[in-house]
Every structure is written in structure tokens, then in C-alpha cells.
Design a protein around this ligand. Structure first.
Ligand SMILES: Cc1ncc(COP(=O)(O)O)c(C=O)c1O
Length: 414
């Protein structure tokens, strides 16, 4: 496994102070910090190569185009996908909306059933609600149990009772850290309904566990660069090759056309061009590719193992605090089913107050509903405190979190 202390040297922001204290950044599920390798790659692009892609007959245009394609290849390879299968978007939210407008709108019909779950991020729920409303489709939800796992018996029953056209599920829950068994669920779905399609929200999986798109029996997989050490404003939608022919562009304009006449146009044969309308974020792509290379160098297997070390230590420390109530945790604490994040309630103190006191101690966490309002509503949590990890977090930081939680007790005289 890699040495997190050494990894920290690559992240300049980690050496700054907040409120006079060393920063303990535990808000990685919202966005991760960026290593020098990513910052430098973006800076180098603007300092040395900036030019628009494809249209230039000059050296900088060539260099920029080469970097654009090279970065696409690096990112696609990171996810075990062919470059053609990677559609560049701004983030996971846009990727999921792209499935709606480029595929679902044309291939799903009134009365058909979309199956999702109760633990989805709003970005993987609201687009499907809108689609269902617009097309008069049915939207059903796999319940989540109090141990944070999906109710698999209910999943079986939902499949038995309804012909599912589309299954939409997160790989890892951003609130509970639940790692959903998407391989098994997708296989079961496709055995029952061979024409059904599967959309996976990979926003919280891509930063922590190896993802091999080719091997996964899913059709679409959405990711954001900024949660996996890359820059904000760039992300991807992976689309299985065999579906690309029935995937239509929904952004039209320069760069994605073959021929344009006054009243009609045809789209580029090259798939990479067809879905890149307008000037792409080349610097963002270059930065994202640098992030993929960085994670590859650490080794995604090691990244996954290290995350488990942090999650386990956090859960084991927090269960000892009587004032802390972990949410969505299995009785026997099957921690391998939890990735990246741990959320909790603090008895008698609102999550926002906990967050503020932690902040005053230099510990950055997220409080609120984490864009999973239906999940919070279901269990009656007004708001939760979420700590979430990245490769630069350490066991010492987990101890600092615990010490800062003790401060909450002192402030509120509990
Ligand atoms: C599981 C999940 N899905 C989707 C999103 C949306 O990601 P983005 O804001 O990058 O579009 C997030 C962001 O927190 C997330 O955690």
C-alpha cells in the first residue's frame, strides 16, 4: 500500500491552516483536493499549448488536439472503456441527464417502468422523475433498509411484479457509503428482462474502487472528475459500444457535424466528435487524465484497501462514542460494504452545529441531507454529519476528528 504521508506532499492545500489549525479535510465526497500533478498539467496546458482543437492548421492547434485525444484515451483506459465509449460532459449530473435526452427519450415509452432506489443522490433521481412525468412512465424504488443496504427481497419482488425497462442505481451511496452489488443486480435484471438497460451513477465509486466498464453488465456509467482528484467542470458518461448507434446527440452546433445546409445537417461519423458540440474543456480533460494517471500510479486496488482502513478505523472509533449514532450501518459492521463515507447523528445537537464546531478545530466535514432528501426523510434524520475520505487522509486525522467531536460535548455541556 502507498504511504499517505508521502501522498500528502503532492497536495499543496493540505499544508494551509484553517482557523489557525492544520486542515483536516474530510469532505471528499463533495469534492476532492487536487495534487500538484493535476494543477501543473492544467497550468502547463494554458502556458504552453492553448489553442482550439481540430480547427487549427498551426502547431498549437495540433498540440491541443493531440492532448485532447491522448487525455480521452487515458481516461477511457482508466475505466476499462474504449475511447469511443467516453462522452465528455461537465459532471455526473450532466451525464445522467444526457442518458435521458440522448437515449431514454427516444427508446422508452409511456407506461414502461423505471426502477431506481431510495438512496439515490438527487442528480440520479430528479432527471428520472422528470422523464417519467413527461412520458407518463412509472418510477419505482427499491427500498433501503436501516442497515444501509438495499432490500434485495423487495428487488426480487419488484422484478417479479413489473416489467422493468430501465434500472438506475448508484454504485456507492454518497450518504451512507453503501457499496451496491451492481454486478449481481444488473445480471439478475438482464436475466429476467434481456432488453432492459442499466444506468449506474459512479460518482462515489470512481474515486475509491477499480471500475472496469467492459466487465460490468451495465449500459451507462456516469462519473465526475472533481471527486477523483481531477478538476471541477468535467466528467464523463460511459456508453457501451453496442448502444452508441442508438444514442443521439442532444447538443448541436460546431464540432459535431458532418455537413450543414441551410435547412438540415448530418452528424460526424466519428463518435468522439459527434458528442462534442462546441469547444471542449481541453485543459479540464488534461487535468482529469493527470488525475487518472496519479490514481493508477497509487494503484486502484491499494486506493480501495486504504479507504477500507480509514472507514474501519472511523467506524470503530465512532461506535465507542455514546453521543454518536452512526446511520446505515450493518449490525455485524460488514465494513467492506461501505466505501468512502461514514455519516452520523450527534445526540441532542443539530448536525450544522456539530459541523461548525468541527470547523473551528480545523476539521472540514459536510452536514445536511447531502442531496439525499428522500433517504433522510425515510429515516427521520433532520440532517446528518458526513465524513468522507481520500488517499491523503490519515489515521491521525481520524483521531483529530474524534478529539474535535469531544469539543462538541464540551460546548454543549453534554
Ligand atoms: C452519488 C452522487 N451522484 C451524483 C452526484 C453529482 O455529482 P456532480 O455534482 O459532480 O454532478 C454526486 C455528488 O455529490 C454524488 O455523490
Amino acid at each position: 500500500m502507498f504511504d499517505a504521508i508521502q501522498v500528502r506532499q503532492d497536495f499543496p492545500i493540505l499544508s494551509r491552516l484553517v482557523h489557525g489549525q492544520p486542515l483536516v479535510y474530510l469532505d471528499n465526497a463533495a469534492t476532492s483536493q487536487k495534487p500538484n500533478q493535476v494543477i501543473d498539467a492544467i497550468s502547463e496546458y494554458y502556458r504552453q499549448h492553448n489553442a482550439n482543437v481540430h480547427r487549427g492548421v498551426h502547431l498549437l492547434g495540433d498540440e491541443s488536439t493531440r492532448l485532447f485525444h491522448q487525455s480521452r484515451r487515458t481516461i477511457a483506459a482508466f475505466f476499462g472503456a474504449h475511447p469511443e465509449e467516453l462522452i465528455i460532459v461537465r459532471n455526473t449530473t450532466e451525464a445522467l441527464n444526457q442518458v435521458v435526452y440522448s437515449w431514454a427519450d427516444q427508446h422508452l415509452a409511456e407506461g414502461q417502468v423505471i426502477l431506481t432506489t431510495e438512496l439515490e443522490h438527487h442528480s440520479n433521481l430528479v432527471p428520472w422523475q422528470q422523464l417519467a412525468l413527461r412520458k407518463n412512465m412509472r418510477l419505482l424504488h427499491v427500498p433501503v433498509l436501516s442497515d444501509g443496504q438495499l432490500d434485495f427481497l423487495a428487488f426480487d419482488k419488484l422484478l417479479e411484479d413489473n416489467e422493468i425497462a430501465l434500472f438506475v442505481c448508484s454504485h456507492v451511496s454518497n450518504t451512507l457509503g453503501t457499496r451496491n452489488p451492481i454486478q449481481q443486480l444488473s445480471e439478475q435484471l438482464k436475466r429476467t428482462y434481456p432488453d432492459a438497460k442499466v444506468v449506474i451513477d459512479g460518482a462515489q465509486a470512481a474515486p475509491h474502487i477499480p471500475v472496469d466498464f467492459e466487465q460490468l453488465p451495465v449500459d451507462f456509467y456516469a462519473v465526475s472528475a472533481h471527486k477523483m482528484l481531477g478538476p471541477m467542470g468535467i466528467g464523463g458518461l460511459l456508453v457501451k459500444r453496442e448502444l452508441l448507434a442508438e444514442f443521439s446527440p442532444f447538443l448541436f452546433g460546431g464540432g459535431m457535424i458532418n455537413e450543414v445546409r441551410l435547412h438540415e445537417a448530418s452528424w460526424a461519423d466519428d463518435i468522439e466528435d459527434r458528442f462534442t458540440a462546441g469547444t471542449p474543456d481541453v485543459a479540464g480533460l488534461v487535468g482529469w487524465a493527470a488525475a487518472c494517471e496519479y490514481l493508477t500510479q497509487l494503484g486502484m486496488k491499494s486506493v480501495e484497501e486504504y479507504d477500507q482502513v480509514l472507514v474501519r478505523a472511523t467506524v470503530e472509533k465512532l461506535v465507542q462514542l455514546p453521543e454518536v449514532e452512526l446511520v446505515g450501518i450493518t449490525q455485524d459492521r460488514e465494513l467492506h460494504k461501505r466505501v468512502g463515507a461514514v455519516s452520523f447523528l450527534y445526540k441532542g445537537v443539530h448536525a450544522h452545529d456539530v459541523g461548525q464546531i468541527l470547523d473551528s478545530e480545523g476539521v472540514a466535514v459536510r452536514t445536511g441531507h447531502h442531496c439525499t432528501m428522500p433517504l433522510h426523510r425515510k429515516f427521520g434524520w433532520p440532517a446528518t454529519v458526513r465524513v468522507s475520505f481520500q488517499v491523503y487522509n490519515t489515521l491521525e486525522e481520524v483521531d483529530k476528528l474524534v478529539a474535535a467531536l469531544d469539543k462538541v460535548k464540551q460546548v454543549f455541556r453534554l
